[in-house]
Design a protein around this ligand. Sequence first.
Ligand SMILES: Nc1ncnc2c1ncn2[C@@H]1O[C@H](COP(=O)(O)OP(=O)(O)O)[C@@H](O)[C@H]1O
Ligand SMILES: [Mg+2]
Length: 293
Amino acid sequence: MKIGFLTCPGTHPGSPTRREDAYEHDFQVDAIRPELEKLGHHLVEIDWRAPAETFADIALAVVGTPWDYQDDEPAFLAALHGIEQAGCQLCNPTQVVRWNSRKTYLRDLEARGAQLIPTIWVDDPSADDITNAFGTFACDQIVAKRQVGAGAQGQSIHSRRTSDPQWRMDRPAMLQPFLPSVVEEGEYSFLFIDSELSHALLKRPIAGDYRVQSLYGGTEVAITPSAADLAAAQSIMMALPFPTPLYARIDMVRGDDGALLLMEAELIEPYLYPLQGPKLGPMMAAAIARRLA
Ligand SMILES: Nc1ncnc2c1ncn2[C@@H]1O[C@H](COP(=O)(O)OP(=O)(O)O)[C@@H](O)[C@H]1O
Ligand SMILES: [Mg+2]
């Protein structure tokens, strides 16, 4: 059967506007495609903006590397809905994508028992909120992030001593204590396929930065998680308010008491770090085949 893998102009092979990090798209496709072929399925890359008819003969479409969806989220959600309407199974489904596109989903997970980084949610944040957060969290550094955002865009760090009284963010924000473990230890990613662990890794920022993304010089190494750390990640999977997703990347950092806390549960188009996890391709192909059976 034909399996679709959604792309965008920044990641689609041969596109004249491919991004510098489009090689990550290639790593993912190279991990999955041959494993699907072994099971008799054929992977085709399709731009998410392609007309819905394109999906008429596609049995299942993976939300792969549509890494520009934030630029036009309503159109993206409409396109995903159209793909499902065309009779194509979408992984992860539109409903999951919609839920995961605002970080307020973290509150749903918290209500279901997930241990988050302590967070204050503010719709119209100002310097007063930052000042209050220093008190609430009893800490000297605060991270302010957008409730809708990715790639650390619009994110800022505030210190008690150098706090800017004019600071504003013109959109809903989340305020968190700065966790030094991100710099001292790194941020963990746990990759789950159909809720089974494929692999885990540790992402570390470059000296002088606290952002772990490769875009800012961060690097990653495969690790074998401790039983307690793996259980913490699995408890997040169990808190998801819908049936098991095809793929999930659970990003966690260590809190001051030694337990891992949830940073993000990425269910839309995360990079799946296939180079750190040789099991990823075979597990993904098997999970897709199960969904077609
Ligand atoms: N509370 C925090 N303490 C320390 N570092 C943080 C904190 N929150 C975010 N970061 C850093 O910023 C990066 C981006 O934040 P994240 O919540 O993952 O948003 P996104 O990846 O969607 O932009 C993280 O990977 C981490 O390096
Ligand atoms: Mg992140």
